[in-house]
Design a protein around this ligand. Structure first.
Ligand SMILES: C[S@@+](CC[C@H](N)C(=O)[O-])C[C@H]1O[C@@H](n2cnc3c(N)ncnc32)[C@H](O)[C@@H]1O
Length: 229
């Protein structure tokens, strides 16, 4: 059983020997891989729903890992106690939900050193939330699965002196620095979203001041994205 490139990229950011919880584990593939790749890791698999917890238990049993990886049912960090893990992975959820999960149990969040996050959307808002909560973006990468490019963020506890522009928060500061082979596709993906907004607003007959401002701002964003290519 191999991980797809998205989950592999998440796994690659998880420190060796850490105590890690995979929040929203679903089938448990990532948790299984994290344990098998480095069995000095303490791995917990957690999910909100009973079905995924059952699926994860099944995966672990199939590989004789049922006594190695505890499965906990509950929302976000709720099933964890303070200091129990120093790392979390939260993949395949919206950026807003990921931030809400991190904020959801302060005593657990305070004990984290690393969070490996793969937001399906709102990556910019997630980066802003991390910075506002005295975390920083330590590394980032892109992974493509089934034609879609995903952003993976390795965030670490602690303030950094780095100040990011609007466009860096949107695209990913480390993603811009690295300019990997998926960079252009990533930019085009973001740009397409903005182009749809421009298209929609351009059809409105009498734009309000607010709509007009949004239109100008969106066009400016498209220009800035183009300048990165
Ligand atoms: C789209 S799946 C992603 C599974 C896996 N993390 C991945 O990236 O392939 C989302 C999973 O998160 C779980 N989930 C949704 N909200 C959650 C929450 N607040 N706390 C924990 N798990 C949650 C769902 O039950 C589901 O199993």
């Amino acid at each position: 059983m191999t991980l797809d490139k998205r989950l592999q990229a998440v796994a690659d950011f998880v420190p060796k020997g850490c105590k890690v919880a995979d929040i929203g584990t679903d089938h448990g593939y990532l948790a299984k891989y994290l344990y098998e790749q480095d069995n000095s890791r303490y791995v917990i698999a957690a999910d909100l729903n009973a079905g995924p917890c059952e699926a994860a238990r099944k995966t672990f049993a199939e590989f004789g890992l049922e006594d190695k990886i505890p499965v906990r049912q509950g929302s976000g960090l709720e099933p964890l106690s303070a200091g129990e893990v120093d790392t979390v992975c939260i993949a395949g959820m919206g950026g807003k939900l990921i931030a809400d999960i991190l904020a959801g149990k302060k005593e657990v969040f305070a004990g984290l050193k690393t969070a490996v996050l793969q937001p399906q959307n709102a990556a910019r808002e997630l980066r802003e939330w991390l910075l506002a909560n005295d975390w920083h973006v330590a590394d980032e990468t892109l992974a493509k699965v089934d034609g879609r490019v995903y952003q993976i963020i390795k965030a670490e506890n602690g303030i950094s002196d780095d100040k990011y522009t609007d466009i860096e928060l949107l695209v990913g500061p480390k993603i811009i620095k690295k300019r990997s082979e998926l960079f252009e596709e990533h930019i085009i993906g973001i740009r397409t979203g903005f182009e749809k907004v421009v298209e929609g607003l351009s059809k409105v007959k009498d734009l309000s001041d607010e709509q007009n401002m949004k239109l100008q701002e969106t066009k400016e964003k498209i220009k800035e994205l183009n300048s990165l290519l």
